[in-house]
Write a protein that binds this ligand. Structure first.
Ligand code: HEC
Length: 182
């Protein structure tokens, strides 16, 4: 936290210095404004409004490794669709992203009871309920995608399945826009 503050303070100071050197010359001022915007883009945390979720270290590792698994699954799904293999895409989504996948357990409403095991129960107790609801939406959407992908016959229309897949990725993004780990 302190490091982040110092970093933000240092950025603020350097912007101040840059603005002072720029003086009143109009062209320069425009140029500096542009540079400041570039600078903001490079430091997203300066305007970060995401809610911080405080996970103990082993759970944090566990969750991030799940996340990388999610991203790999999306890549493999796209590769299967590129080959026209809806059945394979459906299988990957079912096993790794859907409501039936192991990663969905911690997001299910009754996870805290321990019904799905100790790790999901611990994860569930550390995540805000709203965050788990966003997670559930993503897993439900992945199940919908799997159903749609399974229907693609040889040479069939991919568009309905792709539309569902885009909703899956939007559900990933909705949570990423709202929460961070630190
Ligand atoms: C319920 C919330 C939620 C959902 C849904 C979600 N994520 Fe994440 N994801 C997070 C959080 C929180 C982080 C940590 C971000 C941070 O601290 O900056 C993260 C991080 C990641 C990372 C970085 C992993 C690392 O090693 O740093 C990847 C990749 C990722 N998510 C992919 C996905 C994909 C793909 C999906 C959808 C299929 C998805 N996530 C759905 C919450 C979510």
């Amino acid at each position: 936290m302190i490091r982040k503050f110092l970093f933000a303070a240092a950025c603020g100071l350097s912007l101040f210095a840059v603005a002072a050197i720029a003086g009143n010359d109009d062209d320069d001022t425009e140029h500096m404004k542009h540079m400041n915007m570039e600078h903001m883009k490079m430091s997203p945390k300066m305007s970060d409004t995401r809610q911080e979720v405080d996970l103990p270290s082993p759970m944090r590792t566990h969750m991030l490794s799940h996340m990388r698994g999610h991203a790999e699954a999306i890549a493999e799904i796209l590769a299967a669709l590129a080959k026209g293999d809806g059945a394979a895409a459906a299988k990957i989504a079912d096993a790794r992203l859907s409501m039936a996948s192991p990663g969905a357990a911690a997001c299910k409403p009754n996870a805290k009871s321990g019904e799905f095991g100790e790790m999901p129960a611990m994860m569930a107790s550390h995540m805000p309920d709203e965050m788990r609801a966003l997670g559930l939406t993503m897993h439900e959407q992945a199940s919908k995608f799997a159903q749609e992908a399974a229907k693609i016959g040889p040479g069939g229309d991919m568009r309905p399945a792709l539309a569902e897949l885009s909703q899956v990725v939007q559900a990933c993004n909705a949570c990423h826009a709202a929460y961070r780990l630190d």
